[in-house]
Write a new protein. Structure first.
Length: 598
């Protein structure tokens, strides 16, 4: 008996699947927390050269200890030691060469005489910071940037560290799927949880930036592995019609971790303690993972039919469903379709162009998504509030696709969401930093979050079955390259402040146009062969569903077995017909490719 037929007996999304899905969704919370944590672990802070020649004055005596005396005292010290640029701002990487001992002695003896000291200052010679830096700690008390002096000549290291983290995500996208196919989903999930906890905790004690970068890289490998395995396990136990909904809900839990990070960072201004907060919840999952079963689908592919049957009967018991006495017969066997590779995606001309188009769309979605997520501080608004809203908008963005893509189709909605994201990014260029720019940027975040969620579903429906796993894995790798591309681009804010958002906007608009060249998949059967993949959407390249009487055209006529089979759902005792079209993520979620696509 086919596993999807078995789901018809035990329930396509019964009590057991809901419990398992809830547990694995919870694992997405610390995953997103660590994925974006560097926004608050290593934020940009104002800094200036430390001047040891000028001892810390007694600021309590400054201006008679009046309110605001500390800030006036600091301003006086900086006026004496730090030059200004053409706009009147203090330079961050240059200081005066101090020569007048009287001025220094006058200021050190008492802050009260600072006006006289300032008027007597006559030196103009400057030098690079030779004794370290002082930092504005009014917002961030301790950060990676402050502890390891990642400023001036080292200011780009923080962005490089974020790119290396995303390189770890790329490695995980490849290795986790291979490991899971060899030793199982649950064992791989357990190993990734262990790595996530160990490396996350080790970061708290990182003695230098090299250790921080290395530990963050290994954390990324384990962190992404947890999400991939949790998502795969969650989808492999449910029926096809639920997989789109499950993908959207999983994305919402990712957004929840996003928002929790903003709240925790607001109350915890020490980067090491903030890292601890993201580590502690992982311990709970070592207890909850006992409830999560091994994938029955994977066990069947490994010939471990008895173990798979034991899990299936356990699920049926919890779901209060009845199963036939014999689930598998001696004649049941695994049908192999032959070996395929990524080269098969490029052999045929139409599939080749389509694959390149999909790869570009994944790259753009990831680049713009992480570019907006990591550039909160450039919006000119409250960093914590802007970041929190950035996570909050993802929830309605992802849920918005559910009714729209089944009415107007995948292609037009993907293009529309990318268009919204691109126009919003470009719009921020013409808006001054503040609430207005934040609002427009969040509109862009809404569009790109929805398109990112949609591209998972759309891609799986376009790739033919023999290369679906490979195609989804390749697409995910392109997304990781996009996420690696985003942090270095943000460094170019130093050249022209709106430049990164300008580039992100152009990329999104380009993707919005190229996505219109993809075939519409709404109402069509998922292609089962390379030939069907070539023929998908032939003859109607630019039709829009529900527009001027457009009717669906399937790529081929389905067989009787594919059309329907009787399913007994334990929740409502009604027959449930599940077809292989639309939101059916069949096979994409059960193989390595869907794991990689996360």
């Amino acid at each position: 008996m086919h596993f999807d037929e078995i789901l018809g007996y035990i329930g396509t999304f019964g009590r057991y699947q809901k419990l398992t899905f809830f547990i694995v969704c919870l694992m997405a919370v610390p995953m997103s927390y660590h994925q974006l944590a560097q926004v608050f672990l290593a934020p940009d802070t104002d800094h200036w050269c430390a001047v040891p020649e000028l001892r810390e004055p007694n600021c309590s005596d400054f201006a008679g200890g009046a309110p605001g005396a500390d800030s006036e005292c600091l301003e006086a010290r900086k006026n004496l030691t730090i030059p200004r640029d053409e706009e009147g701002k203090f330079l961050q990487c240059r200081r005066f060469v101090l020569e007048d001992e009287y001025n220094m002695a006058a200021f050190n003896s008492s802050g009260a005489g600072y006006n006289e000291t300032m008027t007597m200052t006559a030196w103009n010679e400057t030098m690079e910071c030779d004794a370290g830096w002082e930092y504005d700690r009014s917002q961030y008390h301790t950060t990676v940037v402050q502890d390891f002096d990642l400023v001036c000549g080292k200011k780009d290291i923080a962005e490089v560290a974020q790119s290396i983290f995303f390189a770890g995500v790329l490695v995980s996208s490849v290795l986790t799927g291979l490991l899971a196919d060899r030793i199982g989903r649950k064992v791989t999930l357990f190993l990734c949880l262990g790595g996530q906890f160990i490396f996350s905790l080790a970061i708290v004690f990182a003695p230098n930036m090299s250790a921080f970068i290395a530990l963050r890289f290994f954390l990324a490998v384990a962190n992404m592995g947890v999400f991939i395995m949790a998502f795969v396990i969650g989808t492999e136990f449910v029926g096809p019609k639920w997989r789109t909904f499950i993908g959207v809900v999983a994305e919402c839990f990712f957004a929840l971790g996003y928002m929790i990070l903003a709240v925790m960072a607001y109350f915890i201004r020490d980067w090491r303690m903030l890292q601890v907060v993201g580590t502690v919840p992982i311990v709970c999952f070592f207890l909850l993972i006992r409830v999560v079963p091994e994938s029955a689908r994977w066990l069947i592919t490994q010939g471990k039919v008895k173990e798979a049957e034991a899990i299936i009967r356990k699920i049926a018991k919890v779901n209060k469903a009845k199963l036939p006495e014999q689930l598998f017969s001696a004649d049941d066997h695994i049908q192999e379709q032959g070996r395929t590779s990524f080269v098969d995606l490029f052999r045929k001309p139409i599939l080749r162009k389509r694959t390149l188009n999909i790869m570009f769309n994944w790259f753009v979605n990831a680049a713009v998504y992480y570019g907006l997520s990591l550039s909160t501080s450039s919006l000119g608004s409250n960093d914590y509030l802007a970041f929190f809203i950035g996570g909050l908008v993802e929830i309605p963005a992802c849920f918005s696709i559910l009714p729209l893509i089944d009415r107007y189709g995948r292609r037009i909605m993907l293009s529309l969401y990318l268009l919204i994201g691109g126009i919003a990014c470009l719009g921020t260029i013409f808006i001054a930093p503040g609430a207005g720019r934040t609002t427009v940027a969040m509109l862009g975040k809404f569009g790109i979050s929805a398109s990112f969620c949609l591209i998972y579903i759309y891609s799986a429906e376009m790739y033919p079955t023999p290369v679906r796993s490979i195609g989804m894995g390749l697409s995910s790798m392109c997304a990781r390259l996009g996420s690696i591309f985003a942090p270095p681009l943000l460094v170019l804010r130093e050249v022209w402040e709106p430049f990164p958002l300008f580039v992100f906007g152009l990329l999104a608009l380009m993707a919005a146009l190229t996505s219109l060249l993809l075939p519409e998949t709404l109402g069509m059967n998922m292609p089962e062969t390379i030939k069907e993949g070539e023929e998908l959407g032939a003859g109607e390249p630019f039709r829009i569903p529900h527009w001027r009487g457009w009717n669906y055209r399937v790529a081929r006529e389905p067989t009787d077995e594919e059309v329907s089979y009787k399913q007994v759902d334990s929740n409502d005792n009604n027959a449930d017909v599940e077809e292989g079209g639309g939101a059916d993520m069949k096979e994409a979620g059960t193989e390595q490719g869907m794991g990689n696509s996360c």
